[in-house]
Design a protein around this ligand. Structure first.
Ligand code: GLC
Length: 739
């Protein structure tokens, strides 16, 4: 303890003796860890000294905070109903309980009668499609506010597993296929969440890139490829957001479960990257006591999801017997306390309060509007003209609301609508009551007629007598399952039939990720709306009518077929219980998404970064300078009109001598900027490129290195469309592993 602390303690106890100590000083005297002038590490170390072994152990073991009759389990009394997790507090020491809720789209609820209605952002993949870190931040701040006012101080958000496979059922919860984009967007949301003095996770660490057999599959990947792909996304996001906790994943990596992988946890996360927070398991992701604790797992989550309470008495015994060192046991506790101090959980405890749902509806609407991607707009049929007399609105419950993704991230909304998935009783599809039809009717003078789209003949009849046809098509996806690339329930047939009856068909897709579009040449326009959240219907209507200029860009590649993918057949699909699936990620290595398509010389349906606008944006004056191998890029961008709007300037880097570079693919995204410009307005943009995006990881040397040579800097509309190029020369450089 520092001298100042001793004197502070003496002073406080003197004041107590004099009877003049105020309540505020008293805790400081008895609880020196409450001195907010000291660092989180110092406060954690001080508090640790006052804790018994059992009090430390209590922090390392978390409970599921919902009843689980199928396991004959009742949630802890103090846990918040139908929520994800609870770790008891300590009144003697003033340690707050950890109340944990899912997740990155908003305050989720476990299914049941007492699901709490909260505001849902669009899917995290939609937020990534905005390429707008400010929007991501404001969305995170909003859901963190709702978490706090609901009594939660842990939001299990920060999903950032790369979209290695477009059929991953949880891609909607993540940030897409590129490490820099995913990290920039997910980190911004985590910063927004933690600005509420609660802590967020980043998850699922690592390579939980498919849902099929997620709890048993073994993801195989070499270290070099791992560091330059999924792990790089986590590394960037940790640096940019300092998440309170990392959630280790269900799956194995190179034969070892993530939550007991010394390489992933002790070596990469805590040693190489210097991560000072704590590692919590996924719910049911722990498979041992001693190996897991010694590999770097700090907290077991969600009892009774694991087959055994590994971090309860068994851990106490392991410490008593010396199989887990006391120093490691103390480190586990200290890391949790440190994250709690660092994120304000002690100094600014959460308490229930009123939520500004009206204000939050505008936050999620702005996110949704920025996420919609205009994929096709033949004859500039969009925005909808005011001269249109009749509009047919067909399919996907567009009269009632918009689709949301399923699983632990499921947010419930007041008045939401549940539909049974025709393929599986257990898959309940929830629509938020934000009707595109009603939102359009409020903005258009046309006569709107709705058809649910289940009877193709009826839909065709309506289409034939309408000026314009809006077909809403959906593909539901959820945690625990993967999807195919096909729209289900004959929606392709519906779209094709309607397109034969009317040449002005606009398809609006509500999907968790990419889908095939066999009707693409028969329709006039296509909008990817993702799962657009609580205000999604309004966002769709505002874009279709031109109130908002679409500015979303694809955060992942839309393939032409599954034959283009590294794994045409998803490993283990359809799922067989307890199958020991091996997923070989060495096929593509770090060449995920557009990098795979570049390396294999494949042309996708729509490339990464693709998206159209109602306006034309003209780049000019591209230049790049190098200061000590740090590349700075500058260019002008003009909105040539006719409408005000946003666009995304994308900068890719490509070695002129690819073989010498050691890169995984011909090019990488180096940086981007979302710009909001009035018609006729220009912006002078400067951005810099992180050195690791110019380097390759060398497993034998255990570091990153930049190869000497020339590198093209490409200012681009998307991954397939460079519009200006300049070249820089870099010299060989070894980069530090722990920046
Ligand atoms: C789930 C998910 C994880 C979630 C946790 C708590 O199985 O994998 O993302 O945060 O359990 O619900």
């Amino acid at each position: 303890m520092r001298t100042i602390d001793v004197w502070r303690g003496v002073l406080a106890s003197t004041l107590i003796a004099l009877g003049s100590a105020s309540a505020a000083d008293q805790p400081l005297a008895e609880r020196p860890w409450m001195d907010s002038g000291r660092s989180a590490d110092q406060r954690a170390a001080t508090l640790l000294q006052s804790m018994s072994q059992d009090e430390k152990l209590a922090l390392l073991f978390g409970y599921f905070s919902s009843d689980a009759p199928w396991k004959n389990y009742k949630k802890p009394q103090e846990g918040l109903v139908q929520s994800a997790g609870f770790i008891g507090g300590n009144a003697r020491l003033g340690i707050p309980a950890l109340t944990e809720t899912d997740a990155g789209i908003g305050v989720a609820s476990q299914p049941g009668e007492q699901a709490r209605p909260r505001t849902a952002l669009p899917s995290n993949l939609a937020t990534a499609a905005t390429w707008d870190a400010e929007l991501a931040y404001s969305g995170g701040r909003m859901i963190g506010d709702e978490a706090r006012l609901s009594g939660f101080n842990v939001l299990l958000a920060g999903g950032i597993d790369l979209a290695r496979d477009p059929r991953n059922g949880r891609n909607f919860e993540y940030g897409g296929e590129d490490p820099w984009l995913a990290a920039s967007m997910v980190a911004a949301q985590v910063r927004g969440i933690q600005s509420n003095h609660i802590l967020s996770t980043l998850k699922h660490y690592a390579f939980n890139d498919q849902e099929t057999n997620r709890t048993t599959l073994d993801a195989r990947i070499d270290e070099r490829s791992a560091r330059m792909s999924d792990l790089l996304a986590f590394e960037f996001a940790i640096e940019q957001s300092s998440p309170g906790a990392i959630m280790c994943a269900y799956n194995r990596v190179n034969g070892v479960y993530s939550c007991e992988s010394g390489w992933l946890l002790n070596q990469v996360l805590k040693t190489d990257w210097g991560y000072g927070g704590f590692v919590m398991s996924d719910w049911g992701g722990v498979h041992s006591t001693i190996p897991a604790a010694n590999a770097g797992l700090d907290q077991e989550s969600g009892y009774p999801f694991d087959v055994s309470p590994y971090f309860a008495d068994a851990l106490r015994e392991a410490v008593d017997d010396g199989h887990v060192a006391q120093s490691r046991f103390d480190d586990m506790t200290a890391r949790i306390l440190r994250s709690m101090f660092a994120n304000g959980l002690f100094d600014d405890p959460v308490s229930a309060g009123d939520i500004d749902f009206a204000g939050h509806a505008l936050v999620t609407r702005a996110d949704a509007e920025g996420s919609l991607v205009l994929l096709k707009n033949a004859r500039r049929i969009l925005p909808l003209g005011r001269d249109i007399k009749s509009i047919a609105v067909i399919g996907s419950h567009a009269d009632a609301g918009v689709l949301s993704g399923g699983g632990s991230s499921q947010v419930y909304a007041t008045g939401d609508l549940t539909f049974t998935n025709p393929h599986n009783e257990r898959r309940r599809m929830i629509y938020f009551p934000s009707s595109p039809l009603k939102a359009l009717a409020a903005r258009s003078g046309a006569h709107l007629a709705y058809d649910e789209g289940t009877d193709i003949k009826a839909a065709v009849k309506l289409a034939a007598r309408s000026d314009v046809v809006l077909v809403f098509a959906h593909q539901w996806s959820a945690e625990g399952w993967d999807v195919t690339l096909n729209l289900d329930d004959d929606q392709d047939a519906l779209i094709a039939a309607v397109a034969r009856a009317n040449s002005k068909v606009i398809v609006i897709l509500e999907t968790g990720g990419p889908v095939l579009m066999p009707w693409i040449d028969q329709v006039a326009a296509i909008v990817e709306a993702w799962f657009p959240g609580t205000s999604g219907g309004e966002a769709i209507a505002r874009v279709l009518t031109g109130e908002v200029n679409p500015s979303g860009r694809l955060p992942l590649t839309f393939p032409r077929s599954s034959a283009q993918l590294p794994r045409p057949m998803l490993d283990g699909y359809p799922e067989q219980a307890h199958a020991r699936t091996v997923v070989d990620y060495t096929i593509e290595g770090a060449a995920v998404g557009y990098k795979w398509f570049d390396r294999q010389h494949l042309t996708p349906l729509f490339p990464f970064g693709y998206g159209l606008s109602y306006s034309r944006f003209v780049p000019s004056d591209l230049s790049a300078t190098v200061q000590g191998n740090r590349v700075s890029v500058r260019f002008m961008l003009k909105n040539a009109g006719p409408l005000p709007g946003k666009t995304v300037a994308q900068v890719y880097v490509s070695p002129v001598q690819p073989a010498a570079s050691g890169w995984e693919a011909p090019k990488r995204l180096g940086g981007f900027r979302k710009l909001d410009l009035m018609a006729g307005q220009s912006a002078d943009v400067t951005l810099s490129i992180d050195a690791r995006l110019l380097a390759a990881y060398d497993s034998s040397a255990g570091n990153w290195s930049i190869a000497e040579g020339d590198y093209n800097v490409l200012l681009s509309r998307d991954a397939a469309t460079p519009v200006a190029v300049t070249t820089v020369h870099l010299v060989r450089e070894i980069l530090p592993l722990h920046p």
